[in-house]
Design a binder for this molecule. Structure first.
Ligand code: FAD
Length: 396
């Protein structure tokens, strides 16, 4: 039984280990030099005799039972597990494309290398991820000007079932005490020019009701996460995330998914889903402890999605000349009247650049009212034409 896992984060590592323990021949592929994914980033020691770990290797297409890798190289599988995680979603505002604005995820990734880019920093967006980022920057000696959460934590009052099932998450909050003292809710950064940052108080739809100026060298923004699901463009999904059944099976035969590609719920949920996917792909009964962890974790993930949903009022933060697509320099005023994402791309060039819409397509869809089609691409990552030309005539 050949099982290929794409992604070596908490979900992928758990899936690979579980499938190998069940006797499968497992290959785990990851574009990074070390295992760990976003959460553990280089701090995970992954060793398992039954798993071949292909490092620095990007997967770019699934074709039948073949996974295409950069190189070019192909892996043939009986079962494939997609554990490619997510990336953070920025929202545009005047000045977001200037110096001193980065995503919260990028700030966190740099902080894990011991790097902070500035002295006076603001962390803004929505969701609990803002707190570890702010804490990491503080621990590196940065001065936290503010942590601005656009939603209200009161939304969690309606989520008692999810909170009670995940009490350990409350304990985690205590470790962010220092950052919490800088937290302001229903607040967002709506413009930045030089070190002058416009900070607004928001109504519940995120329309500004008042504003003030703060001074900061760096603004880190994170409005939740978008899943990396490009390898399976035809798999069924809900709100961009892959649909899976109780065994982590996607709608595509022999393809499983685990971790943040199925929903955002943290590293522990990702790991539990990985265990189930690894067991199921190797035709073993998943351990009950993982099944229970997924049940609890999904309650939390669903509550998180409700309490920290992006509200439409952010669209009022932009001016006509605010950049929406950075790769192709498309401003709000450049977005055309189009009937579909495809027509919008062809007529305005939004989402046609290097990032292939990962950063801007969702925002462009919201701004124009065009339904977001989940960015279904045949090729998941940019590859040179030469590599396509080097492919064998037929793969199976
Ligand atoms: C930038 C960033 C930083 C984060 N930091 C934290 C944090 O500090 N604390 C926290 O609690 N949560 C953090 N999170 C949330 C965190 O992602 C999850 O809780 C957890 O890591 C999810 O695990 P996963 O296995 O689903 O995905 P990930 O950990 O994201 O792992 C996915 C892996 O798949 C690889 N991959 C993706 N596509 C391909 C491809 N086509 N070919 C080959 N490899 C591929 C990626 O390189 C990555 O290593 C962060 C998220 C992001 C985006």
């Amino acid at each position: 039984m050949r099982i290929v896992v794409v992604g070596a984060g908490p979900a992928g590592m758990a899936a690979a280990r579980t499938a190998a323990d069940a006797g499968a021949e497992v290959t785990m592929v990851d574009s990074e030099p070390e295992a760990g994914g976003q959460f553990l980033r280089g701090r995970a020691k992954f060793e398992h005799r039954g798993v071949t770990h292909l490092k620095n290797t990007e997967a770019w297409m699934v074709e039948g039972h073949t996974l295409h890798l950069r190189g070019p190289r192909q892996l043939h599988f009986d079962a494939l597990i997609i554990a490619t995680g997510a990336y953070d979603r920025p929202l545009p505002f005047p000045g977001w494309d200037g110096p001193g604005v980065i995503t919260a995820g990028a700030a966190q990734a740099l902080a894990k290398q011991g790097v902070t880019l500035a002295d006076r920093v603001i962390v803004a967006g929505t969701g609990p991820f803002l707190l570890p980022v702010a804490t990491a920057l503080q621990n590196l000696g940065a001065t936290l000007v503010g942590v601005y959460e656009a939603n209200s934590p009161l939304a969690w009052a309606r989520e008692t079932k999810a909170v009670l099932a995940n009490r350990h998450k409350i304990a985690e909050l205590a470790s962010y005490r220092k950052a919490l003292s800088h937290l302001e809710t229903r607040t967002a950064v709506i413009a930045k020019h030089g070190d002058r940052v416009t900070v607004a108080k928001l109504d519940r739809h995120w329309r500004p009701v008042s504003h003030r100026t703060e001074h900061a060298d760096l603004v880190c923004i994170g409005y939740g996460f978008l899943p990396r699901t490009d390898l399976v463009p035809n798999a069924k999904r809900t709100n961009d995330f892959l649909d899976v059944d109780e065994l982590q099976r996607t709608s595509v035969e022999n393809v499983y998914a685990a971790g943040e590609v199925t929903g955002i719920g943290g590293a522990d949920l990702a790991e539990a889903e990985g265990i189930i996917a690894g067991a199921a792909a190797a035709h073993q009964e998943p351990p009950l402890i993982a099944v229970e962890a997924v049940r609890r974790g999904r309650l939390f993930a669903q509550a998180l999605a409700r309490a920290h949903a992006v509200q439409p009022g952010w669209q009022t933060w932009l001016n006509p000349d605010t950049t929406v697509c950075r790769c192709e320099k498309v401003s709000l005023a450049d977005l055309t009247d189009a009937a579909s994402m495809r027509e919008l791309k062809l007529t305005s060039r939004v989402a046609m650049g290097r990032c292939q819409g990962r950063i801007c397509a969702r925002n462009a869809a919201d701004l124009t009212g065009i339904p977001f089609d989940g960015q279904r691409r045949v090729i998941a990552v940019p590859i040179p034409l030469g590599e396509l030309a080097d492919l064998p005539e037929e793969t199976s």
